[in-house]
Design a protein. Structure first.
Length: 260
């Protein structure tokens, strides 16, 4: 059976925000289909990565043929460094969670960098039926928890984040996928995501674009700006949090570092 992406309306094609959201949603639908093909484990992970990557490359070539693309699953064409517009995509963020149905903590990231800045982005969580995007920026609900909540890895929360949680009297909320963790702050499932264990541009570009549009604080762990479309795409650390928590988090890291 051939997957049908459908045809976006002219209004969607003309709008980078809307196109990012459409691309993420379509790739998400394709991934839900792959999940139903009877594969398991590594085979399912690989099939998902490949299917979503190939679909996004095909659609970007069709609708944005003059733009460069940086994808986790593709070869890094350094011509992007001279391009005005670069799409930064992670076709499947959270492959482990994707391969463990019915888990829903996996995502598709589609971001657009233009002339030095992230200008559009979308994070689809297909198993939730949700797509967060910069065109219709999410409104972060008022915090519903008394104690701050910090999103962390399911299996290995870093010691420095555990120490940070103790300092803030925060609770740790385990989940998969970097994008899901960042969107958890948008959704009032968590109040902060603090990561220093190694990532790449595609892990955070789309979620950071959406988080910024929602009015959240974003930076590297030393407080410096997150920069994209760099020669070296390794971008090892990120903070996404409610603005009122940013000073405490940055002060803790400045005093104690992220090694412990």
């Amino acid at each position: 059976m051939t997957f049908e992406a459908g045809t976006p309306s002219p209004d969607i094609v003309a709008d980078d925000h809307a196109l990012a959201a459409w691309l993420a949603e379509v790739a998400g639908r394709r991934l839900l289909e792959v999940r139903e093909e009877g594969l398991e484990g590594k085979e399912l992970k690989n099939a998902g990565d490949q299917a979503a990557h190939e679909l996004l490359m095909e659609l970007l070539a069709q609708y944005r043929p003059d733009d460069a693309v940086l994808s986790e699953e593709g070869k890094d064409d350094k011509a992007r460094l001279a391009a005005s517009k670069v799409w930064i995509v992670d076709p499947l963020d959270g492959t482990r969670e994707f391969s463990e149905p019915p888990r829903d903590d996996w995502a598709v990231h589609v971001a657009l960098w233009q002339d030095g800045e992230l200008v559009a982005g979308a994070v689809a969580q297909p198993a939730l039926g949700e797509t967060f995007n910069t065109g219709t920026a999410p409104v972060v609900p008022p915090r519903t928890s008394v104690r701050p909540r910090i999103a962390v890895s399911r299996s290995r929360p870093p010691a420095f984040v555990e120490a940070l949680a103790a300092e803030l009297d925060a609770e740790l909320v385990p989940m998969g996928s970097a994008g899901v963790k960042m969107m958890s702050v948008v959704r009032d499932v968590a109040d902060a995501y603090v990561h220093a264990g190694g990532q790449y541009e595609w892990d955070s570009a789309a979620p950071v674009a959406v988080a910024r549009a929602a009015g959240l604080f974003t930076s590297r762990v030393d407080g410096s700006e997150l920069r994209y479309n760099q020669d070296d795409v390794y971008l090892p650390d990120v903070i996404v949090c409610r603005p009122e928590l940013s000073e405490q988090i940055l002060a803790f890291i400045a005093a104690h570092g992220t090694e412990a």
